[in-house]
Design a protein around this ligand. Structure first.
Ligand code: GDP
Ligand code: MN
Length: 392
């Protein structure tokens, strides 16, 4: 789950990282009053930033400076409602504008290959790091944190030296370790500060986190109810929201064969067999153990919402899940759906015979049952290739 900048910054603040004061505004008037407050507090300018879960907001015109409360109101009103990469801006962050001397990049990511947290830094911050990685890979310095000891002092110092942060080495060390702490405390997959900037205030210089991006490991959300509160439903794919509400593990893929399976392992196997038979799965879907009819119906709705689905394979092993319950769900779901695509059903285990009878009694010509998985896969792949029927 991705967090908005203002939530990500709140997590950095919890670990004691230097983040300039900020406020959130949902209207131009709110932005104006926040700007008034910061300007009265001594800021020369304020920065107004679109809060959307995509990068490159600056380039897209979603980050602007304003020198007065009036200007802040105008800028906010231009940014609110703006479309950035397909997302409508509903909130802006208002902060005293920093006087930036240099922009650095600093991030912690989960490096699955080494099974460690990798801390990456670059003196070429501000721009997107993918671009730096491509054009000047040597400009990125990487260290791996120890799984038990975390990011060690000498590692943080090494990063700081390589970035040429001599004058701010101690500060940088605190920030790098705070970054790592943010990663661990929140079960994050990614914590990124870009830019981490050397900011001038009069004669003084300090390092400040001017932008923040945090992605939380979805599987760990259960133990972070406070982070779950930060979820932004406006920006999530409605399909993902529906799947989560129903307790379904659903991942959309590029193919044409919808899959409904119980158990993640069986779902993977089913996808492998479809591929081996020359087909392409349209999704991964694990309806979980003991699936009831309503869950099956919800799963069917999700599969059919994908226009590219040309055929569906239902592969259920009846253990705790009862075959008849699943069959009832399928019949119910078909009755509710406008769009009818061929469906091959293989149900084995508990009440499999009863399931076959329920499906046969329903008399849906598009639904066939298969005895074996090989047979089911062969038929569904063939069905996915058949020319589409003129009508449903
Ligand atoms: P992003 O484009 O979505 O990554 O948004 P950022 O928050 O990183 O802002 C993009 C750019 O705007 C930064 O790289 C800075 O150059 C500039 N910027 C952001 N905040 C400030 C600020 O407080 N003062 C000044 N002068 N520039 C800023
Ligand atoms: Mn940024």
């Amino acid at each position: 789950m991705k967090l908005q900048e203002y939530h990500a910054k709140a997590l950095l603040l919890r670990q004691g990282l230097p983040v300039p004061d900020f406020a959130i505004a949902q209207s131009a008037a709110e932005a104006r009053s926040a700007a008034e407050r910061f300007l009265a507090g001594g800021a020369g300018k304020v920065v107004i930033k679109a809060q959307v879960l995509v990068g490159g907001r600056g380039k897209a015109g979603g980050v602007k400076l304003a020198g007065s409360a009036e200007e802040a109101e105008q800028v906010a009103s231009a940014i609110l409602g703006m479309d950035i990469k397909g997302i409508t801006v509903r909130r802006v962050l208002v902060a005293p504008a920093a006087e930036i001397e240099h922009e650095y990049y600093l991030a912690a990511v989960l490096d699955r290959a080494s099974r460690k947290v990798m801390v990456m830094a670059s003196a070429e911050g501000g721009v997107e790091i993918e671009q730096v990685a491509e054009e000047n890979p040597d400009a990125i310095v990487r260290v791996h944190a120890h799984p038990h000891l975390g990011l060690l002092d000498h590692q943080a110092r090494l990063l700081g030296f390589r970035l040429g942060l001599g004058a701010h080495l101690r500060e940088f060390g605190v920030i790098a370790r705070g970054l790592y702490a943010t990663m661990v405390a929140n079960d994050a997959d990614l914590v990124e500060i870009n830019p981490l900037a050397v900011v001038r205030e009069g004669d003084a210089r300090s390092l400040q986190c001017l932008d923040a991006k945090v992605t939380i490991d979805d599987s760990a959300l259960e133990r972070h109810p406070d982070l779950e509160q930060m979820r932004d439903l406006d920006e999530e794919d409605p399909v993902d929201v529906a799947a989560r509400e129903q307790g379904l593990s659903f991942i959309r893929l590029d193919g044409t064969i919808g899959c409904m399976v119980n158990g993640a392992g069986l779902a993977m196997t089913t996808m492998d067999l479809i591929k081996r038979a020359g087909g392409e799965p349209a999704n991964f879907l694990d309806i979980g153990g003991g699936a009831k009819a309503d869950k099956v119906a919800a799963a069917m709705t999700l599969i059919l919402a994908d226009e590219s689905v040309r055929a569906i394979l239902v592969n259920i092993f009846g253990g705790i899940a009862r075959g008849d319950e699943v069959a009832h769900g399928l019949v119910e779901a078909r009755a509710q759906q406008e769009r009818h695509v061929p469906m091959v059903v293989r149900i084995v285990g508990t009440n499999a015979e009863l399931a076959a009878r329920i499906l046969a009694d329903a008399g849906d010509p598009d639904v066939t049952t298969a005895e074996t998985l090989d047979e089911a896969v062969e038929r569904v792949v063939a069905a996915s290739r058949a020319p589409a029927e003129a009508s449903a």
